[in-house]
Design a protein around this ligand. Structure first.
Ligand code: F6R
Length: 244
């Protein structure tokens, strides 16, 4: 395990982007697991900037995102499909055919989840999985309790998560979809390397629980401590409740 504590959210994003860029450079055909959310925005901006400056090539990158809301189409500005276009894909030379997100608008959600798992396996598995952490301790949308062997599936979102993500839905938690498709904790643990990034004072309590509390399905993010190759990047604010 490697724990990096940066001064602020900006330097944490820079460190995360550097690590992702190095990972891309290490493989002929890198497979990245991607996340969405506010924490990732600064990271994607830095990756896009590196591409613009000519130092980062996405042409051989394959990507799999963690999750998507049920019922939102790829064109919906509140969907994670849209988020990825808006924050990363349109700025870099990634082949869109190699980008994958679960389809929350699929008619058969179970079949969609099984197909997603099969696609990850066919690609040879994920080299580096990027993760944020939610207020409930979720990684992906694995709300507590999520057993550590869960695979891609349809889950019900916690009220706390709908509140956390309400800003994109006019500030109304009830307007946030009640269900999502997410990689399971087991799917995430199968990645060859994990990178969890958290920033800001609101994350301090849950970060301390995940990194120093019991390893338990009640805090999905605690599962990453079972992985043999993981990196945590925090800023000082989100690290504030870790023991000295
Ligand atoms: C999003 C995802 C979530 C977020 C988490 C933190 O694809 O998988 O686990 O990473 O909810 O979100 P932010 O960064 O908005 O605090």
């Amino acid at each position: 395990m490697k724990l990096i504590i940066e001064n602020d959210a900006g330097t944490a994003a820079t460190a995360a982007a550097q690590l992702i860029a190095e990972e891309i450079g290490t493989h002929d055909t890198p497979v990245l697991g991607l996340a969405t959310g506010r924490t990732m925005e600064g990271i994607y901006a830095r990756l896009a900037q590196a591409h613009e400056q000519g130092t980062l090539d996405f042409s051989c990158v394959t990507s799999f995102n963690l999750d998507e809301y049920v019922g939102l189409s790829a064109e919906d500005p509140r969907s994670y499909h849209y988020y990825m276009q808006d924050h990363l894909f349109r700025f870099v030379n990634i082949d869109l055919h190699r980008t994958h997100l679960p389809d929350g608008a699929a008619t058969d959600l179970d079949a969609e989840c099984a197909a997603y798992e099969a696609q990850i396996a066919r690609s040879g598995g994920i080299d580096l999985q990027l993760l944020g952490i939610g207020d409930t301790g979720h990684i992906g949308f694995n709300e507590p309790p999520s057993s550590f062997d869960t695979r891609t599936r349809c889950v019900e979102l916690d009220e706390a998560t709908r509140e956390q993500n309400a800003a994109m839905f006019g500030g109304d938690p009830n307007a946030v979809p009640h269900e999502a498709l997410t990689m399971g904790v087991g799917t995430i643990l199968d990645a060859r390397r994990l990178l969890l990034v958290a920033t800001g004072p609101a994350k301090a309590g849950i970060v301390a629980k995940a990194l120093e509390g019991p390893i338990t399905p009640e805090v999905s993010a605690s599962a990453i401590r079972l992985h043999k190759n993981y990196v945590i990047i925090l800023d000082e604010a989100s690290a504030a409740e870790l023991s000295p």
